[in-house]
Design a protein around this ligand. Structure first.
Ligand SMILES: [Zn+2]
Length: 410
């Protein structure tokens, strides 16, 4: 039973009348999936530049195109990305990008739950740092002016190698003062660690710890290249991790994020797709499966990450990594009504050998095509695979047109 934005009761025979009854016969109800790291409007760059070395990919393809991203393009990209997420059962996402007011405008319409951050890059220039911090504060005020609890602001210092110490410490303090998330990229590549050791005489986490930039408000994306002592420091400071296995493989980051050690240390870990330019989808089912498989392959141990734990990473643990585990991430009375229903009448979810295999099927065999209904904050955003808040045909056409204009101009 859902009243307003909350689940009020769970059972097979519920009291009271409902305005609307959704027939769940033969369907699986799951908490909505949580994508803890993406750059939503990057869906416009999907497929534009693949199979390239990271620096070539960024410098020759991605950055020149990003320089052409207009507010309207980011709005259209956010609509396209929202449609993809609703169709694939994602109900909450953490975003970091540009033209964020336009992303917020799109998310306001589409009904998803979002944590939006403006990606701060100051390149160690103090005038730019001030300007970027100011932009972020303006966006914070804009989000507050929306007065919509579903759309939250997060800080977004891009990375320790693109942001000055002043900005990193400012972000930490701003996040603590305002009880918001400090969303950042950390230790994505081995080169990043090598450069820090060469230039600062410290590994990235040691550097951030010395600055006093770590806190339990920090959500660190990637964290592929970490030592055990860095993991211990992160756990001590309460830093959470957004693990993005598909993006790490596609960009050939080389290592595999040390999840077993993070779990052992008690670090909260969520799953992310990263932007669609480095994935190339926003499909959390694919991310779950890839996550379970890469750790098994990497550790030569099939027990290192089981299906239930993997599903937890995409739901309740993802919620914990952004501090909203009391609100979403599981289906419980009193929590927000963020629920997805999956059809079990397709071949890929059959047969079902008892209840315990349902979770295995969900992680190892389910796909977005199984998602039938998506509910966020008590609102039905998709019913019988029909989007309720987005004109899909128009969104695909508009986004494709704007993406074509951008790529033809380069
Ligand atoms: Zn990213």
């Amino acid at each position: 039973m859902i009243r307003g934005d909350k689940i009020t009761e769970i059972g097979t025979s519920l009291r009271g009348n409902a305005d609307e009854v959704i027939d769940g016969t033969g369907k699986i109800a799951l908490p909505g999936l949580i994508n803890t790291h993406t750059h939503l409007s990057m869906v416009l760059l999907r497929g534009y530049a693949d199979d390239m070395r990271l620096q070539d990919w960024l410098q020759k393809k991605i950055w020149p195109l990003e320089a052409r991203l207009t507010p309207e393009a980011c709005y259209q990209g956010a609509l396209l990305g929202s449609a993809e997420m609703i169709l694939s059962g994602t109900t909450t996402f953490m975003d970091m990008y540009f033209n964020m007011q336009d992303v917020a405008r799109a998310v306001n319409q589409t009904g998803l739950r979002a944590f939006l951050s403006y990606g701060i890059i100051d390149l160690f220039d103090s005038a730019k740092a001030k300007a970027e911090q100011h932009r972020s504060q303006e966006f914070f005020q804009y989000i507050q002016s929306l007065g919509n609890a579903r759309i939250q602001f997060a800080l977004g210092p891009h990375a320790p190698y693109t942001c000055s110490p002043e900005t990193l410490v400012w972000a930490k303090e701003f996040a603590e003062r305002n009880h918001i998330i400090d969303h950042i990229h950390i230790a994505e590549t081995r080169k990043e660690q090598a450069d820090f050791q060469k230039q600062k005489g410290a590994r990235v986490i040691e550097y951030l710890n010395k600055l006093g930039a770590l806190s339990n408000r920090m959500l660190a994306a990637h964290c592929v290249w970490l030592t055990k002592s860095e993991i211990t420091t992160m756990a001590k400071e309460g830093v959470s991790v957004a693990h993005c296995p598909v993006s790490n493989m596609k960009l050939a980051s080389g290592g595999v994020a040390p999840l077993p050690e993070m779990f052992e240390a008690g670090i909260a870990v969520g799953l992310g797709t990263d932007g669609a330019a480095s994935n190339n989808s926003l499909d959390m089912f694919e991310t779950m499966k890839t996550c379970a498989l890469i750790h098994k392959a990497h550790r030569w141990d099939a027990t290192v990450l089981n299906a239930q734990k993997t599903l937890d990473l995409a739901t309740i643990e993802g919620a914990r990594s952004i501090g909203i585990q009391d609100e979403v991430g599981s289906i419980e009375a009193g929590k927000k009504a963020d629920i997805i229903l999956l059809n079990t009448d397709l071949p890929n979810l059959n047969p079902i050998h008892g209840e315990s295999t349902v979770v295995s099927n969900l992680v190892y065999s389910a796909s977005p095509a199984n998602v039938d209904t998506t509910i966020v904050d008590g609102h039905v955003l998709m019913a019988n695979r029909q989007l309720q808040t987005i004109d899909l045909k128009k969104t695909v056409e508009d986004a494709s047109r704007i993406a074509t204009q951008m790529t033809h101009a380069t």
